[in-house]
Structure formats: structure tokens, C-alpha cells
Design a protein around this ligand. Structure first.
Ligand SMILES: Nc1ncnc2c1ncn2[C@@H]1O[C@H](COP(=O)(O)OP(=O)(O)O)[C@@H](O)[C@H]1O
Ligand SMILES: [Mg+2]
Length: 255
């Protein structure tokens, strides 16, 4: 196993939207993905295929490698070995056609409206869509307010509006509702489900089993850097095959 440094792809090295081929991004094929740091395997031979459509929930204990896997699929991190291919398109060339929402919202120190305007302008999208996007996430009435005054749940809803403003073909969410109030969690789940129903491919990382049950069409259970299980939701929840997933769903500590 190679012990290569973890390298980020510099933003300027990523090809722009128009450079990306316009064939569909799905299916995604992840093969033999490995990443080691200081001799420790963080991802250890991950094999995964994501078909078009639906919501894949990625679950697993802390440190299982969920965030690393997401960043590699999105093209933000380069694996030490293995391959990420979006219907034949290398991950780094597919990044602009996807959006990633993190646990902590990344916002500009500008008004709520200007945060969305910035994304629409930088992507060459129609700026008249801004109000519709803000309405969708329930923030139209706060459009003129500085984004830094938003509550945690509101800020995350604005981050989601910014992600949707890019018209992503794939939307990644990494514990995006982890520290939010229940009302904001439900609003975000509803918006993500609506995006899925309109054809956006969703990849949703959560440690919340209730949320996973609500959102998942299929589940990838990651354990110690490996895919322990990849099953349809109606198979995974009633009858998880791996001991790690059984323990996890039963609320037992999984190391
Ligand atoms: N840049 C990095 N360099 C070295 N180790 C890392 C780096 N990022 C994450 N790790 C380690 O990799 C493991 C998996 O991390 P992560 O993907 O964040 O886990 P999680 O499943 O909780 O999202 C953890 O042990 C973490 O400490
Ligand atoms: Mg994580």
C-alpha cells in the first residue's frame, strides 16, 4: 500500500464548467480507493458504484472515512491509489457539476441575497432566480440581512441555496444537519428530497439513524475505511448483514 501524502486539488487547477464533457455524470465508479497517512490506512480498498437517481446515505462510526470518501468522489482530494470515475470523467473534471455542503456553512460576509447572487454570477446563471431560491429555503424575508446574523439553521439553509444555485447534478451533504434545531433539520431534509425528486443525485452523510431512515434509498456503511455494506434501504435497515452495521443500528459503540 502506498503511503502518499494527502493532496488537495488547488481550485485554479480544476477545469471550468464549460470544459467538462456534457454526458451524464452517473454512474460513478470508485475502485480500489486507498489512502494512507503515517502508515495507517484511512481508506482501504473502497469499491463502490452509484447508479443514476436517488439518495445514497453514507453511515459509519466517527473516523470511518466518510468525509475523506466524499471529498475524493467530489474531486477535492486525490486518492493515494485507486480511481474515481464519473461515467468515464475523472473526478477533478466533474467537480463543477456537483456541490458539497459541509457541516459548518461556508458563507460570504455579505447580505443573504448577495451570497446567492455571487454564486449565480460566478456560474453565469440567471440572477433573477435568486428570490425563488431564497423562498425555497425560507429566507426570502431575510434577503437584506447580513448573512453573519443568521442562526445556525438559517445559515445552513443559505449554504444549501448557494449549492442549489449551481444546478448541481450531484449534491453531497456531509453531516450538514448535525448541529441544527429539529425544525431546520426537517426543512433541509424536505429541500434535499425535493431536489432528489427533480433528478439531482444525492449523497448524504449522516450519523443520525432516524434521518438515514427518512432519507435513504440505499445505504453505504463504512467501517475502518472499507465498505462493510452497500444495500437498498429496505434491505439494510431491517436486516443489516455486517456485524458493525448491526451494532451501529442497535446503538452499540462501534470502533
Ligand atoms: N488530512 C488528513 N490527514 C491525515 N489524517 C486524516 C486527514 N483527514 C482525516 N484524517 C483521518 O482519517 C480518518 C477518517 O476521517 P474522516 O473521513 O474525517 O472520518 P469520518 O468518517 O468521521 O468522516 C480519521 O482517523 C481522521 O483522523
Ligand atoms: Mg466526517
Amino acid at each position: 500500500m502506498s503511503d502518499l501524502p494527502i493532496t488537495s486539488v488547488p481550485p485554479m487547477a480544476r477545469p471550468r464548467d464549460e470544459a467538462a464533457p456534457k454526458r451524464p455524470l452517473l454512474p460513478l465508479r470508485v475502485s480500489g480507493l486507498r489512502l494512507t497517512a503515517d502508515g495507517t490506512a484511512l481508506l482501504d480498498g473502497v469499491e463502490l458504484t452509484l447508479a443514476p437517481g436517488g439518495c445514497t446515505v453514507i453511515m459509519g462510526p466517527n473516523g470511518a472515512g466518510k468525509s475523506l470518501l466524499l471529498k475524493m468522489m467530489h474531486g477535492l482530494l486525490v486518492p493515494g491509489a485507486g480511481d474515481v470515475s464519473w461515467n468515464g470523467i475523472p473526478a477533478a473534471q466533474a467537480t463543477a457539476r456537483q456541490a458539497l455542503v459541509f457541516q459548518k456553512p461556508v458563507l460570504l460576509r455579505r447580505s443573504v441575497a448577495a451570497n446567492v447572487d455571487f454564486v449565480l454570477k460566478s456560474r453565469g446563471r440567471d440572477r433573477s432566480r435568486r428570490d425563488a431560491l431564497l423562498r425555497e429555503v425560507g429566507l426570502l424575508h431575510k434577503a437584506r440581512q447580513p448573512a453573519r446574523l443568521l442562526s445556525g439553521g438559517e445559515a445552513q439553509r443559505l449554504a444549501l441555496a448557494r449549492a442549489l444555485a449551481t444546478d448541481p447534478e450531484v449534491l453531497f451533504l456531509d453531516e450538514a444537519t448535525a448541529s441544527l434545531d429539529p425544525a431546520s433539520v426537517l426543512v433541509i431534509e424536505r429541500i434535499v428530497a425535493a431536489a432528489r425528486d427533480c433528478g439531482t443525485r444525492i449523497v448524504f452523510v449522516t450519523h443520525d439513524v432516524g434521518q438515514a431512515r427518512r432519507m435513504a434509498d440505499e445505504v453505504v456503511f463504512l467501517h475502518r475505511g472499507r465498505v462493510a455494506e452497500h444495500s437498498p434501504a429496505d434491505v439494510f435497515f431491517p436486516e443489516p448483514r455486517s456485524q458493525a452495521a448491526r451494532d451501529y443500528l442497535a446503538g452499540r459503540i462501534v470502533l
